[in-house]
Design a binder for this molecule. Structure first.
Ligand SMILES: NC(=O)c1ccc[n+]([C@@H]2O[C@H](COP(=O)([O-])OP(=O)(O)OC[C@H]3O[C@@H](n4cnc5c(N)ncnc54)[C@H](OP(=O)(O)O)[C@@H]3O)[C@@H](O)[C@H]2O)c1
Length: 267
């Protein structure tokens, strides 16, 4: 697997997260990665920072790579693959939100793994899901997992489940960041220095995830453990119950899922 080449069509935020992670984990050498996008400044930056090959031609990416990662925005897909040949037989990994395997197969006639990662792959802690088309072999899936299982937790699911995964773990880091930001604002409003408020919010979030993971405790059990009758946590939960925040969280996750479905239907 060491000598396999990885190509990126699209060299934005997600492509960079994956590139930095693959290199840092020594899954692939820099000279085995090639990335392409229209912006020459962006390509110069990636070449300088990571030592990878870069090109303004998507055809060069396809010609050079064993595994091609599609990392453009969903509406840029058609344009990115326009007039590209030689995709048949290649392994394509698409990380585009919403875009169905069928649609990519119509354009490329290739082996396709549709993956929904998140930006946390940059810190080797991504989470998400993937589906494959019929053309994809066990060998292809093994190759894909060789790289991706090193940078996160990816579950093989039926394709229709990828839209809820997009909402929960694809967009999820932004939602969790929103909560962290609100905790920080509350701390600052109450006199804590910004850096201390941020550290408290981050480490509480990180510690909670670690606690739940390591002790295999259910979230509801942890809530019960901390909420003593008449105590501070219970006082907070009284407001949570009044404000229907649980329903609001469900609603914003469903809105995100619906948008992934819409992208799949219209792009
Ligand atoms: N961001 C996330 O957290 C996240 C999480 C999961 C999945 N995704 C998916 O990942 C994909 C990329 O997202 P992103 O956040 O990385 O977007 P981004 O930063 O905007 O990157 C898009 C890249 O595609 C390039 N591009 C545009 N047109 C192209 C073309 N015709 N040929 C080749 N490259 C082209 C852009 O280059 P120029 O800038 O030069 O135009 C840019 O480098 C999206 O489909 C998104 O749904 C994102």
């Amino acid at each position: 697997m060491q000598e396999k080449k990885i190509g990126f069509i699209g060299a934005g935020k997600m492509a960079e997260s994956l590139i930095s992670c693959f290199i840092e984990k020594k899954l692939v050498a820099a000279n085995q990665i090639i990335a392409g996008c229209p912006g020459q400044d962006r390509l110069n930056y990636l070449n300088k920072k990571y030592g990878i090959s870069v090109t303004g031609e998507n055809q060069t990416v396809v010609d050079s790579a064993d595994m091609v990662i599609l990392a453009v925005k969903p509406h840029q897909l058609q344009m990115a693959l326009d007039n590209i040949c030689g995709l048949e037989g290649k392994l394509i990994v698409s990380i585009l939100a919403g875009i169905k395997i069928d649609k990519i197969e119509q354009i490329t006639n290739s082996k396709i793994i549709r993956l929904m990662p998140n930006l946390c792959c940059q810190v080797n802690h991504s989470a998400g899901g993937y589906s494959i088309n019929e053309k994809t072999t066990e060998e292809d899936e093994k190759l894909f997992l060789h790289y991706f299982s090193e940078i996160g937790f990816f579950y093989k699911v039926e394709e229709e489940k990828l839209n809820i995964i997009t909402a929960i773990s694809g967009s999820g880091p932004a939602f969790f960041a929103f909560f962290i930001d609100e905790f920080v604002k509350a701390g600052v409003k109450n006199g804590l220095p910004q850096d201390i408020a941020l550290s408290l919010a981050l480490n509480t979030c990180f510690g909670t995830a670690k606690y739940l993971t390591n002790t295999k405790t259910e979230p509801s059990t942890l809530i019960e453990k901390i909420s003593t009758h008449g105590g501070t946590t219970e006082a907070g939960f009284d407001v949570i119950k009044e404000s229907c925040i649980g329903e609001d969280i469900f609603r914003f996750i469903m809105a995100s899922k619906k948008r992934a479905e819409e992208i799949g239907n219209y792009e």
